[in-house]
Ligand binder design. Structure first.
Ligand SMILES: [Mn+2]
Length: 441
């Protein structure tokens, strides 16, 4: 990380410096003396990492221009009032690590290391900032924080796009901002290129994922500690998400799944309203997002702290399948091959645990073994053979509806040159470790 500490002292100093440098288009930053929050500026940017990503992208393109819009803030009066009103677009974040909205990134490659990067930002509006807090504007503070040497006001963007070196690339496809294609109707799609770059994580991304995983682990432990027979699922959810937030989660990676008893067999149950009963298992599939990256962790535990013999037998079979898949993780292997390894383990160790069938049957293990994680919980790169720097989940499960018995164990694994590294092993994973933690409640 570049050592730009976003303390109020540092920012006041930056702002004072900016005011004295006084770019023509700059808002009157010097007018601010106390700046407690920096919502538009977010965290320090790893300026070297994002610059390397931009260079790699432009190298792939060779010659042409790339236009990447930032996300737009949702209208909290009309859209989703119960949720955060802003999350940065992943492509824009990948190339800038800026959390500012309505910005554009324009990058031009003229071949042979001749690259130009320009960040366009809306002007700051002091009256608006009384409501929103400080925002990044087109001035020298943005240059310092972003590491992008040229920052221009947004109203100069149209002219620059019209005169851009062709071809022009913009993000296109599901969930993308529609503003860039409107401005550039005949542009090519840059999303497939950036998405392919996102598959192998760089050091900065791995450190973000590690932190998201650590926060998620803390939440799972908090939920296990809080568990008591007779609690409502939402009470467990509250303990879980309290653990996330207390440890600095930015938001949930996805809606928390807290299913007890019969709900353990519903893969994406997230209503979380049932009252637990003594003897229930609980499946919690939940994770935190930190710095735009999300973990994906599942734990299954007995609400009363003690597995029955039957629950333990099913649990240990799922655990063994997960371990077998982990042991097969290495560069070159595909998720499909790992899925086969996990199912073969289950098949060979099922005995009569699942009756006439073996437990790997689609009747019981009715989802895939795992997927890459990153800025999306189901991140890009699912079909790609593993490479060092990819981060995946391994999440086998067995769900027996007739018994209201579901077990899923999901961990996040970093692919290394030698194999895999457990990232989420801090959350108790064996029945012994879970019972030990829960006995100390
Ligand atoms: Mn998952």
């Amino acid at each position: 990380m570049r050592t730009v500490l976003l303390t109020s002292v540092a920012i006041v100093a930056l702002c004072a410096q900016s005011a004295s440098q006084s770019a023509g288009s700059a808002a009157p930053i010097g007018a601010y003396t106390v700046i407690p929050q920096l919502p538009g500026m977010g965290r320090p940017v790893d300026t070297a990492a994002v610059a390397a990503r931009r260079r790699a992208l432009l190298k792939r393109i060779g010659r042409g221009t790339v236009l990447i819009p930032a996300a737009h803030e949702r209208n909290i009066e009309q859209d989703y009032v119960q949720d955060n009103d802003f999350r940065q677009d992943n492509t824009f974040y990948y190339l800038t690590e800026l959390e500012t909205q309505d910005a554009f990134l324009l990058m031009t490659a003229r071949g042979q290391d001749s690259l130009e990067t320009v960040l366009f930002l809306p002007p700051r509006t002091p009256s608006q900032e009384r409501w929103t807090g400080l925002r990044l504007g087109p001035d020298s503070v943005a240059v310092r924080l972003s590491g992008i040497p040229t920052v221009l006001p947004l109203d100069s963007l149209d002219t620059r796009v019209r005169g851009a070196l062709q071809p022009l690339y913009t993000p296109q496809g599901r969930g993308r901002s529609s503003r860039a294609p409107d401005m550039a109707p005949n542009s090519l799609n840059v999303s497939t290129i950036v998405d392919s770059m996102r598959v192998v994580k760089d050091a900065d991304e791995i450190s973000r994922l590690r932190r998201a995983v650590d926060i998620s682990v803390a939440g799972h432990i908090a939920a296990m500690r809080a568990a008591r027979a007779g609690m409502y699922e939402y009470e467990l959810e509250a303990a879980l998400e309290d653990g996330f937030r207390r440890n600095g989660a930015d938001r949930l990676g996805y809606p928390s799944i807290v299913g007890s008893g019969p709900n353990t067999t519903t893969l994406h149950y997230d209503v979380n309203r049932r009252k637990t009963e003594n003897g229930d298992l609980v499946v919690i599939d939940a994770a935190a997002e930190w710095g735009q990256y999300t973990a994906d962790v599942t734990r299954t535990f007995p609400i009363n702290g003690k597995f029955t013999l039957r629950q333990k037998a099913i649990y240990d079979l799922v655990l063994g399948a997960q371990q077998a898949a982990f042991d097969a993780v290495r560069p070159g292997v595909t998720m499909r091959q790992l899925d086969d390894v996990a199912r073969r383990y289950m098949r060979e160790h099922s005995g009569n645990l699942c009756g006439q069938l073996t437990c790997d049957d689609r009747e019981f293990f009715n989802h895939g073994l795992g997927h890459p994680i990153g800025m999306d919980v189901h991140d890009v790169g699912i079909g790609r053979p593993l490479e060092p720097g990819m981060v995946i989940t391994l999440e086998p499960g067995i769900y027996i509806q007739a018994e209201q018995l579901g077990v899923r164990i999901e961990d996040d694994v970093l692919v290394t040159a030698k194999g895999g590294e457990w990232l989420s092993a801090g959350a108790p994973r064996t029945t012994d470790a879970i019972e030990k933690l829960m006995s100390g409640r």
